[in-house]
Design a protein around this ligand. Structure first.
Ligand code: NAP
Length: 218
């Protein structure tokens, strides 16, 4: 498959590209900055330019052309900018869903975050609340779409090495998970049609990734 990754230079995405190549796929990294080109090419990704906030849904469809699946792995990041929760985490996902539909692509995997269906306590602050609401609303819109979706909701991301061992499922409790393990789960669900129509929390655990996906989808 040719797989478009929105947020193709993110820390999870950078670990996903080589896994997709290894599995025989062609990752297409959608990025806003031309300077990422060489690094991404070295990881085996094709590179296309797409600024999530400037682009319209039709631009997304064009950027997805020739692809068989879309992964939404972008995020406004921890810069404290409340507006970017709306323009990247929510609207970026909505435009990706519309773009995929327009481009005739049915498979769509979204990186969300654990616990976002519950509003945080007010002491977490308004930026965190905006982030949670953006992820929650993006997931709801994707679930309501006609796409063949899978939503992965990781716990707190860390930069440790891949462990290959996770806990994955609708009711899995909060915890940490390495970005490398998130990438491995994304690669696994892209290759498993049984993962379609599922929304799973993901944290580090004791089940090998392939078994965790198979069990969660059973
Ligand atoms: N941090 C956590 O603990 C945590 C927990 C659960 C879920 N998540 C979610 O997991 C996902 C992946 O995390 P990550 O650590 O890989 O995130 P990341 O490294 O911050 O990557 C996000 C990517 O989105 C891109 N992006 C932002 N605005 C853009 C725009 N206007 N146009 C094009 N690209 C844009 C960024 O591009 P640039 O490289 O150009 O900045 C960046 O590469 C995110 O959705 C995050 O919200 C995070």
């Amino acid at each position: 498959m040719r797989i478009a990754i929105v947020g193709g230079h993110g820390k999870v995405a950078l670990q996903l590209h080589p896994l997709l190549v290894e599995a025989g796929h062609q990752p297409v990294a959608l990025v806003r900055n031309e300077s990422y080109h060489d690094e991404l090419r070295r990881l085996g990704a094709e590179v296309r330019l797409l600024d999530i906030e400037q682009a319209e849904a039709t631009d997304f469809a064009e950027a997805f052309s020739g692809c068989d699946a879309v992964v939404f792995a972008a995020g406004g990041g921890p810069d404290g900018n409340i507006e970017r929760k709306q323009t990247v985490d929510l609207e970026g996902s909505l435009k990706s869903v519309h773009g995929a539909t327009e481009a005739g692509i049915s498979r769509f995997v979204q990186v969300s975050a654990i616990g976002v269906d519950h509003l945080p306590s007010p002491d977490r602050g308004e930026v965190w609340r905006a982030y949670v609401e953006a992820k929650r609303d993006a997931d709801a819109a994707l679930r309501a779409s006609d796409l063949d979706w899978t939503i992965i909701r990781p716990g707190r991301l860390t930069d440790g090495p891949a462990t290959g061992l996770v806990a994955l499922g609708p009711e899995v409790a909060h915890g940490d998970v390495t970005r490398a393990d998130v990438a491995a789960v994304l690669a696994a669900v892209l290759d498993d049609d049984a993962a379609v129509g599922h929304q799973w929390n993901l944290v580090g655990g004791d089940t090998p990734v392939a078994d965790a996906v198979a069990r969660a989808a059973a």
